[in-house]
Design a protein around this ligand. Sequence first.
Ligand code: NAD
Ligand code: DAU
Length: 361
Amino acid sequence: MKRYLVTGGAGFIGSNFILHLLHGEHCARVVNVDALTYAGNLENLRSVEDDPRYAFYQADIRDPEAMSAIIEAEQPDYVVNFAAESHVDRSIEDPGIFESTNVGGTVNLLNVCRAAWEQADGGYGEHRYLQVSTDEVYGTLSLDEPDSFFIERTPLSPHSPYSASKASADLFVGAYGDTFGMPVLITRCSNNYGPYQFPEKLIPLMIHNACHHEALPVYGDGLNVRDWLFVEDHCAAIDLVLREGRIGEVYNVGGHNERANIDIVETIIRLVGERLDDPEINSSLITFVEDRKGHDRRYGIDASKIAAELGWRPETPFEAGIEKTIDWYLSHPSWVEHVTSGAYQDYYEKMYGHRGAAAEA
Ligand code: NAD
Ligand code: DAU
């Protein structure tokens, strides 16, 4: 039974990970540290906020004093770093915050963990630090070579400010392992989808717009390919790597589920239209718009290392996962309304006496 400190636990994957831990059998305590930017939403964790094993701290991973105090008070065995600016389009508009949070925040967290965990003999006991990274650090694959995939030794070749910041963070994590002997691990996962994803990302945005008969903006020719993984499968992989992965290793995580964006959008149109029995939800809503700058053409993950070493495989077929996701969004209209209108800040005020970093900015 371990004590986990999860950063970015009010975001999409972090909150799913906390729910996964508290429903599982390995965790003694989960401490969620989140700055509550626009992407952090404590409503995701309503079902566990009274669980005595759960605690929340509003803090910034870039803040050395705050992070040291939390680690001193909570004495986690494991630190899992999800906290990040995560949206590629935002990184094109404002790269600086991506460097600051994703690189500076990671380095600060490594420093704080190292100071708290390093023992007199230079060892680190049973502690472990896991960096949640992304397949985007490898750059892009070609549509002409459908049998080529990213492996863990594929050279890093990021193209967006977001992926450059994630690759930089990965290099720091590796360097702290090599230089200071820190017990670090890195996971690099493909595109996640599922409940609680902020509707700026492709799948929840398309569900939201389809429901409201709004245009479905498809970048470029719509043929860019992503490898989609249901978020609960990613959470299971992270916990497994944390507990059983080999220290110092990188593990790719992917869905073996490559799809062109236009196919994803058409699937969403069909399923949302059927569920709402609404013939106005149809392909005429698709609007091809200007391509994203530096748009990576294809991502494809080879996840054979985590399968061979740890026995992990994705369990949710895309057809089941996308139906589950659409049903979740259709049955949680107030969650969607709160995050799109910003009203979830009212919830913070009621619960915590303030309106969160996003509202205060
Ligand atoms: P998200 O944007 O939904 O959540 C990020 C969370 O981090 C938010 O709760 C936000 O408030 C918090 N945060 C931001 N800056 C912070 C700071 N300075 N201090 C503390 N907290 C801060 O992101 P997500 O989609 O859940 O992604 C989580 C992690 O997984 C990221 O590191 C991302 O790079 C990685 N990842 C995401 C995907 C994906 O498909 N979404 C795939 C692979 C890897
Ligand atoms: O691959 C993992 C990455 O997946 C994570 O590291 C990132 O945090 C996460 O945001 C995601 O990045 P993408 O850029 O792949 O996801 P996004 O949902 O923004 O876009 C998916 C694809 O859909 C991409 O090819 C761009 C396209 N797109 C996206 C949006 C928002 C559109 O065509 N229209 C849109 O409106």
